[in-house]
Design a protein around this ligand. Structure first.
Ligand SMILES: Nc1ncnc2c1ncn2[C@@H]1O[C@H](COP(=O)(O)OP(=O)(O)OP(=O)(O)O)[C@@H](O)[C@H]1O
Length: 594
């Protein structure tokens, strides 16, 4: 429950919704309870008038008694109608304030969570799966909303109604009130117990449903593999088994629900019978009027709904507390990467690594060891090495996706940790190894890093990334939709759109993380030529596997098992006859054999 205290700030923010809300709950309940007394009076009038009416048997006055009698009944009917209309009006206001407040809180929470998620570093996203992140921002927030809205509303409603009804019952007759309320604790306990059971079953069903949806989602994403390996029947079998578990759980829930409502009605019926029986005796003894019995029956029936709600509200609160705990777990996480500097500066592009080592915290893999190199402004540096040698890690460290464990990275002689990170990243064009394009138009994908952009700029970037001709061959050209709602680009086209996205920023530092692997050598040459022109005087870092890509670099760094084993120009490295020369020979041999 302590986790729900997090929400108090929202209650404070929306106090002018919740305070009138409580007021409307009280008023609507008063208008809901008073009709019971009116019914009581009406019944009393009926019993009294029937005897008066029979007294005038055979007299003309009987007609007058009859019309007065029907007139007063009509009046009571109208009064009850008016009271219920007023109750309805205030119920409307109650929902308009409390439920509306819950929607405001839901909106605020979602924004708060989304903003916080965005602040968290890359490591956080590695540790947690996307499904979990999404669940906390949607399903869990929804459960918390059920607490700040309906649960609170029904809890206040039940409490107010309870107090009012108990007050009126006891003020009429203590004995009858006690007997009427006798089955109520049993009802509360039964409802609580059954509700817990229903919740357990629902949770199981929900979990199974999530499992089923993830299974379907994954299998349909990999449909090509399934078809090529002819595993349709096998997958169908797994799906049918999982569905069977879901069906079994759902049927268990139906059984409990089917038993729930009849047993509840049975207990309410018991209360009514007790009211009539004990009430009847009290009438005979002259302690109450027959109208009071009718009044009590209305009370008992009015209590049923709130009591049922009580069990429901308890589970809503329990669920909300569990969800808020999960939300808080993430909200309390501090970003690993902190940048407190807010001054903006133009990056020149000098990069130095001073004895940098880095170990991935989650796997304990030491990806880089004692890295030292200097890169002057305007240089073109290439990084090469076997797979897993630490190339991408090095690129990520320059982007400050992670902080180094020891040593320092200097940008323009200033330690990277002390530089305004957003301002710094804004001046870098980074093309990651795993290309990611959004389900949006090609134009918006290219213009992603900029707030305002012209068509000419987009087209120029596409030309420089050697993808312009591909794009204009699509029917909708730059307005072509990508992803699930649109077309699928080839691997090489995706890489080039991703390169255009980096180039349009006119970055001070350009980082290509092995993003030319799916591009043919001729196109690669075209892109590199363009880069030579665009990046003139600016710094470029290219991670590559093909030596043809990097042989014109000012400096080539050869990584192996996280360490720099060689560095120099293409010619210098060939002269060394080390690993680089070996890689070069192998690649030449491969080309000749093709
Ligand atoms: N996010 C991560 N969390 C934990 N370990 C990682 C992570 N990324 C990479 N590693 C590990 O760090 C080492 C270096 O990986 P890195 O991706 O930098 O290599 P690479 O040279 O870019 O390889 P490739 O050429 O195959 O892309 C590898 O052993 C890898 O398993």
């Amino acid at each position: 429950m302590k986790h729900l205290a997090f929400l108090n700030k929202y209650f404070y923010k929306y106090k002018w919704w919740i305070i009138p809300g409580i007021f409307f709950v009280i008023i609507s309940n008063i208008f809901g309870v008073v009709p019971a007394q009116v019914v009581g009076h009406a019944i009393n009038i009926i019993t009294e008038n029937i005897s008066i009416y029979s007294l005038f048997n055979g007299f003309d006055r009987q007609e007058i008694v009859y019309s007065i009698f029907s007139y007063s009944l009509f009046f009571f009917g109208l009064l009850i109608l008016a009271l219920y209309l007023l109750r309805g009006l205030f119920l409307f206001f109650m929902r308009q304030t409390i439920i509306l407040m819950s929607r405001h809180i839901e909106y605020d929470m979602k924004n708060e969570i989304y903003a916080h998620y965005q602040e968290l570093s890359l490591g956080f996203y590695r540790r947690n799966n996307t499904g979990d992140l999404m669940n906390r921002a949607t399903e869990d927030v929804n459960r918390v909303r059920m607490y700040v809205g309906p649960a609170i509303m029904y809890a206040i409603n039940t409490a107010v109604l309870f107090c009012l009804i108990i007050y009126f019952m006891f003020s009429v007759n203590v004995k009858l009130a006690l007997f009427c309320l006798l089955p109520l604790p049993v009802l509360v306990i039964t409802i609580y117990y059954v509700n817990t059971l229903i919740n357990l079953k629902s949770e199981k069903i929900q979990a199974q449903l999530s499992k089923l949806s993830s299974f379907v989602q994954e299998r349909f994403s990999g449909i090509r593999v399934i078809k090529s390996y002819v595993r349709e029947a096998h997958n169908q079998e797994i799906f049918a088994n999982e569905s069977q578990i879901y069906k079994h759980n759902a049927m268990g829930l139906v059984k409990i629900q089917a038993l729930f409502y009849p047993s509840m009605l049975l207990l309410v019926g018991l209360s009514t019978i007790l009211t009539v029986f004990i009430g009847g005796k009290q009438v005979i003894e002259g302690a109450i009027t027959p109208g009071n019995i009718a009044e009590f029956i209305v009370y008992v029936n009015q209590l049923t709904f709130p009591v049922t709600m009580l069990g429901w509200v308890t589970t809503l609160i329990q669920r909300a507390a569990a969800s808020q705990k999960r939300i808080n777990e993430f909200l309390q996480l501090k970003p690993d990467i902190i940048s407190s500097n807010t001054t903006t500066q133009i990056i020149e592009g000098k990069i130095s690594f001073k004895d940098v080592s880095f170990t991935y915290p989650d796997t304990g893999i030491t990806a880089l060891k004692n890295i030292n190199f200097d890169l002057e402004k305007g240089q073109f540096i290439a990084i090469i090495g076997r797979t897993g040698s630490g190339k991408s890690t090095l690129a990520n460290l320059i982007m400050r996706m992670y902080d180094v464990d020891s040593g320092a990275i200097l940008i323009d002689e200033q330690e990277l940790k002390t530089i305004n990170l957003n301002n710094y990243r804004n001046q870098i064009g980074f093309v990651p190894q795993e290309v990611f394009l959004f389900s949006d138009t090609i134009k918006n994908n290219i213009a992603f890093g900029l707030s305002t952009v012209t068509d000419e700029e987009v087209e120029r970037a596409a030309t420089n990334a050697a993808v312009y001709n591909n794009i204009i061959n699509f029917e909708k050209k730059f307005e072509t939709m990508l992803g699930e709602r649109g077309i699928t680009l080839s691997g090489g086209q995706k890489q080039r759109v991703s390169i255009a996205r980096a180039l349009i920023k006119e970055p001070k530092i350009l980082i290509f993380d092995d993003c030319l692997s799916a591009v043919d050598t001729k196109t690669e040459e075209e892109i590199l030529n363009n880069l030579g022109r665009i990046m003139l005087g600016k710094t470029s870092i290219i991670v590559a596997h093909r030596i043809s890509t990097i042989k014109n670099a000012d400096k080539i760094i050869v990584l192996d098992q996280g360490m720099i084993i060689e560095q120099g120009t293409h010619q210098e490295l060939l002269n060394k006859a080390g690993m680089y020369a070996e890689m070069y020979d192998n690649q030449l041999l491969e080309e000749e054999n093709r």
